[in-house]
Design a protein around this ligand. Structure first.
Ligand SMILES: Nc1ncnc2c1ncn2[C@@H]1O[C@H](COP(=O)(O)OP(=O)(O)OP(=O)(O)O)[C@@H](O)[C@H]1O
Ligand SMILES: [Mg+2]
Length: 800
């Protein structure tokens, strides 16, 4: 027997059974002394209260039926445990309330609702029967009211306190307020309050059991103070919460209200129109089905997220990316080989082989009409035009161009993007480039692919592999976008200074085109045709205003730069342009054309940066010039040997690698075994240490190709014959005195030429590489091919 969820308000509505009147006046009928007893699980009924009850068990329903058919009187007693379904006398408290059923309603779910009116308190004397339901003999309990001023004062006090409670409880109904104001009788007042105050079932039951009105009121007072305290605290909390409601919340409410108002006025809802605009854009995009579905779903979501939240911005950005990617935008290829050849020549001087190779590539592309071909990789020293050639390829095809610098990239997310859940997440560089160029078939230059690193943030090379693999890249899935995007129509071109550091799986896929270093003559042409005009223009100097004669450019190349490419040269020219601009402007008046002569270069750029080393001709024994080669081009290398008293040790300094140290050992062993050949005096060999040093000690050097030069330096020291200073040499040596071939011959010879060397010694087996050296350099340098070390000595050692 529970009270229905919607608790009716118990009021002292009916006066017919006032607790203070005699029980003979309960609706005109006398309360019998034996009543059927209904156990209540969650409510205590007080005399004078009208309350609904829900009756569920078959036993109780039968009882109600009987009661309604008879005099309608019933005893209600609280159960000690709410969950007992058919309580026995032991489950029930000893006091209850006699009630009259005012109304009964049967419901289709076989439950019964009754409206009861509390009449009198009673005490159970004994239970007479339990079957079919409980019946008990009762003693009706009268309220004892003493007529005293104290009671009046107590009543007023209780009344006033309850008024305060009512004022603080917005949920309390008006009927209760009215009833309290109009109830003078202290007994009725105490019951009215007891049934409306927030009390536990036990507290209520105790109040029911007390017959003395004064005691009831006294018990109520502390309970009411407690309630008052709780309510005051509650309203304080509420006030504080309300005042701390943040501005953003207020804004949110206001905005929501504005939306509703706008909708009422028939004006468009900004969120809705934003969403509709996005939908239109998405429909127009020709997205793949899957992507479209995802996009539309996101729009749906966007509409339901308040615009002031970060979530809204995140979703909005995401949709922005989808809408702005070139899903269907592309450029038409124009492959006209003649025009392409012309364009390449217009933009780059020389590089005939490279250009040929590029044109072949374009021809194949035209025939196959697709790109699943080789992946080009332009390899060469810095500043030889790799990056700018990539751009030219895009121009010849009429495609958009994007460059992604991979130098120092260590984070996989740079390629593949960050998941959207990260704050400030973005797609990777590939998608960023595509969005920027607004075409899905641009040329993308992956610059410096040899400088990709890997660390804890993942391996960008692995992500690159996926991007570059024609089998996989048609469904490239960026972490941010989380949708496949077709990259198969992008033409990827890569560049590198050298191939060694490139991830093997990646290197395997590359079609290498090598760009050699430039000769001085080539640099002169590049400067004349491209660098000078471009720099003058960039510095606002009209054609003809500043002249740089060939002689000046040659001096610039020779004395102010030493490099494989033309980057330093371009910088030097830029510097000249800047300084001449200043000179012209500060001279005032009309600008008069000026010429920069070779002799004036130090005025502009300071003293020459690179005095040709040959000028400081080798003045001592034990020094030889070797040739080195590294990713930034070739260079010459001085090798110095000296001898001092000691114990026959060999010292090596100058950041030499293991291979280079071993060739020094080999050189020494060979010389000792062949001392007769050179008339070397090795009698005191054990009493001396030998020291070999290669200057520029901070730069690491390695490789076997310095063998010949080391042997020459040692021989020169031991034989006390100087090495001729116009000679440079390269070649690996064997213990048996053979000279073995080396790599990078062309770069080395070009470096030798730059340094003013006149004659070079090369291994016989490198004869084939000599042809690769540009003719104008071959004309200037005399070459000697050798098979054995013994052939080197008469060439390079001066007579003592
Ligand atoms: N053959 C050439 N004709 C005309 N200009 C050239 C030529 N080679 C290089 N340049 C110019 O030299 C400058 C440097 O070239 P670029 O930046 O392409 O070098 P790079 O090979 O990419 O070097 P890095 O390896 O350092 O990236 C550019 O301004 C380029 O236009
Ligand atoms: Mg570059």
């Amino acid at each position: 027997m529970t009270s229905p969820d919607t608790e009716f308000i118990s009021i002292a509505g009916s006066t017919s059974g006032s607790p203070d009147t005699t029980f003979t006046r309960t609706g005109g009928k006398t309360l019998p002394s034996v009543l059927p007893i209904l156990g209540l699980s969650d409510v205590v009924i007080f005399p004078g209260m009208v309350s609904p009850l829900l009756v569920e068990t078959a036993q109780s329903i039968r009882m109600i039926d009987d009661v309604v058919a008879g005099d309608r009187f019933l005893g209600l007693v609280l159960q000690k445990k709410a969950e007992v379904e058919n309580p026995t006398p032991e489950d029930l408290w000893g006091h209850g309330c006699a009630v009259r059923i005012l109304k009964m309603l049967k419901f289709p779910d076989n439950t019964v609702r009754v409206l009861v009116e509390g009449l009198r308190r009673f005490r159970v004397i004994e239970y007479e029967s339990q079957d079919p339901y409980l019946r008990a003999r009762l003693e009706l309990v009268r309220d004892t009211v003493e007529d005293s001023i104290e009671l009046t004062a107590l009543t007023r006090n209780v009344q006033r306190q309850f008024q305060e409670i009512i004022n603080l409880s917005p949920a309390m109904s008006d009927e209760v307020k009215v009833a309290v104001l109009n109830t003078e009788h202290p007994g009725k007042l105490s019951d009215l309050i007891a049934s409306n105050l927030n009390l536990s079932l036990e507290e209520r039951q105790h109040l029911l059991e007390v017959s003395g009105v004064k005691e009831r009121l006294n018990r109520l007072l502390p309970l009411m103070s407690r309630e008052l305290e709780v309510l005051t605290l509650g309203s304080k909390i509420q006030r504080e919460v309300a005042s701390s409601m943040s501005k953003s919340q207020r804004d949110f409410f206001l905005r929501e209200q504005m939306r509703v108002i706008q909708r009422e006025l028939g004006e468009s809802d900004p969120l809705l129109s934003e969403a509709n605009a996005l939908r239109e854009q998405i429909e127009a995009l020709q997205l793949p089905e899957d992507a479209k579905k995802v996009a539309l779903k996101e729009v749906e979501r966007l509409q339901s997220i308040p615009p002031t939240t970060p979530e809204h911005t995140v979703t909005r950005n995401y949709l922005d990316w989808i809408v702005n990617l070139p899903w269907s935008k592309r450029t038409e290829d124009k492959i006209d080989l003649d025009a392409a050849a012309r364009l390449l020549d217009e933009q780059h001087y020389g590089l005939a082989k490279v250009k040929d190779r590029l044109l072949e590539f374009l021809a194949v592309m035209k025939l196959k009409r697709q790109l699943k071909g080789p992946l080009l990789c332009l390899v060469g020293p810095p500043g030889v035009g790799k990056t700018s050639l990539g751009r030219s390829v895009a121009d010849t095809l009429g495609r958009k161009f994007a460059r992604i610098s991979l130098g120092g990239m260590r984070d996989e997310a740079e390629i593949r993007g960050h998941r959207r859940t990260y704050v400030g997440a973005l797609p990777g560089r590939i998608l960023q480039s595509l969005r920027r160029v607004e075409s899905h078939n641009p040329v993308i230059l992956l610059d410096e692919i040899d400088k990709v690193g890997a660390d804890f943030r993942g391996d960008p090379a692995a992500a690159l592999l996926e991007v570059l693999d024609p089998q996989q890249n048609s469904t490239f899935t960026d972490n941010y976008l989380d949708l496949p995007f077709d990259l198969s129509r992008v033409l990827f071109i890569t560049t590198a200074n050298w191939l060694d550091p490139i991830h093997p799986a990646l290197r395997d896929r590359l079609e290498v085109i090598e760009l050699p270093s430039y000769t001085a003559a080539e640099k002169l042409q590049i400067a004349k045709r491209f660098l000078v005009p471009r720099q003058l223009e960039e510095h606002g100097l009209q054609a003809g205003l500043v002249k740089l004669p060939d002689a000046s450019l040659k001096r610039l190349i020779q004395d102010y730069t030493r490099e494989a490419g033309v980057r330093q040269l371009e910088r030097a020219i830029a510097s000249l342009a800047r300084k001449s601009a200043r000179k012209l402007v500060s001279a005032g008046g009309t600008l008069r054309p000026m010429t920069i002569r070779p002799a004036e270069l130090p005025d502009y750029l300071g003293p020459a940066q690179f005095v040709p080393e040959m000028a400081e001709a080798i003045a001592e024994c034990g020094v030889a010039i070797g040739l080195a080669w590294n990713p930034v081009g070739g260079d010459i290398l001085f090798i110095e040997a000296s001898r001092m008293p000691g114990s026959g040790k060999l010292l090596l300094t100058g950041s030499l690698g293991d291979v280079m140290k071993e060739s020094a050992q080999t050189a020494l062993t060979f010389l000792r075994s062949q001392s007769k050949l050179l008339n070397l005096d090795l009698t005191d060999f054990e009493k001396h240490d030998l020291h070999i040093h290669v200057p520029a000690g901070a730069t690491p050097k390695d490789g076997p190709s310095a063998g010949v030069a080391i042997v020459a330096a040692l021989a020169s020291l031991l034989a006390q014959r100087r090495v001729r200073s116009d000679f440079a040499m390269t070649g690996e040596i064997s213990l048996r005195g053979r000279v073995l071939p080396v790599g990078g011959v062309k770069e080395k010879v070009l470096a030798a030429a730059r340094a003013g060397v006149r004659q070079v010694v090369l291994p016989e087996e490198n004869r084939k590489d000599w042809v690769e050296v540009p003719p104008e350099v071959r004309d200037r340098i005399k070459v000697h091919f050798v098979r054995r070390i013994a052939e080197v000595f008469p060439l390079v050692l001066r007579a003592s």
